[in-house]
Design a protein around this ligand. Sequence first.
Ligand code: PLP
Length: 439
Amino acid sequence: MSHIFPRHTKARLPTVARGEGVYLYDQNGKAYLDGSGGAAVSCLGHGDKQVTDAIKAQLDTVAFAHTSFFTSYPAEQLADKLIEHAPEGLDRVYLVSGGSEAMEAALKLARQYFVETDQPQRRHIIARRQSYHGNTLGVLATGGNEWRRAPFAPLLVETSHISPCFEYRGKHPDETRIDYGLRVANELETEIQRLGEDSVIAFVAEPVVGATTGAVPAVEGYFKRIREICDKYGVLLILDEVMCGMGRTGTLFASEQEGISPDIVAIAKGLGAGYQPIGAMLCSAKIYAAIEAGSGFFQHGHTYVGHPTASAAALAVLTKLTDGGLVERCAMMGDKLQNALQQEFGQHANVGDIRGRGLFRALEIVEDRETKAPFAQQRTIHKALKQECFDAGLICYPMGGTVDGQRGDHILLAPPFIIEESHVDEIVGKLKVAIGRVL
Ligand code: PLP
């Protein structure tokens, strides 16, 4: 019995022994199709030689140097390549070790920007209900996921949460999609006015919501209106693309599909593709210039900021994504996956919604398709589905319903971009068996 502290102390998990392509293998040699890339991480699949070679080469050169003393070639090249492909206006890259760190850095940079520009009265963050921005205390407060927040509520700084843009659950039958998007976006303006027009630092959102509600893009026009409101009140727009970024939705940055640029964006997961722990925060030239002209020092940092080996891995991943046509492949295979899911489950009595973009897809499971009523939370349908899929050799990422009935159980699919049509068939086939057994 190992002394490891597992995530679920009561679960007896198999030990992963190796990975190859879209499959992971346990200690007994059983194969699992990695249908969710872990948690939307493994965009290249497992055992990619170009990435492992890049890591080995970096280890042979220099594994680590602290950023108080040096920058490094891979970190510099990674930053340049990210900015080359980033939404307009983003100009600088701050490299960290994961998604929560990237989002923490984003919040602190946003606050420091206003301190440096003589607006220290700006102190409020506005985010959305049913969102997740990480597990460290700062960003846990920003997220609106009640289940994750509840045990730590006394430790969380006060944050405003407005409605998410969640068409399946939020749109009234008698309003258009555009009107719905404007209605929920306008909640931001109301909240800014309530808090005080010059007192808000930033609005934070995932362009396509990941773990909380399962691959939910906003309706057309929503983010354009959000951008307008932020500009009107001098509020920074921070986009969390930790899960939906790095090609996952069919474009390198998910926000490209919204036709807007954020002031700050956080990425992680697919950036290292699981080969190394790495995340990044990208910020606009305006923000960087304010720090440069002010204190000249971003009052933040961790030991492993700008880690050379992690950067070398991410540079190899990014090169494959951008120069190897994998983002386009993700869009193409994503359409195939959506069509296959639609064909198999489109009329299923307990599948309320099949949604997402690129290879970032989700099925929402409901008790009643007509009323959209979720299953009772105690039934933990998502856990049963995860287990049935796992037993059948398919990894998918499940999340449960909420107490307020504002969403059902769902299954998130985020397979590697290298999947073939036969893998799409395998995913759908195994899901069909699992759903059949549980429901
Ligand atoms: N933001 C989003 C949207 C996420 O989905 C996650 C993780 O799932 C995070 C932030 C936190 O990232 P990490 O787990 O790498 O700290």
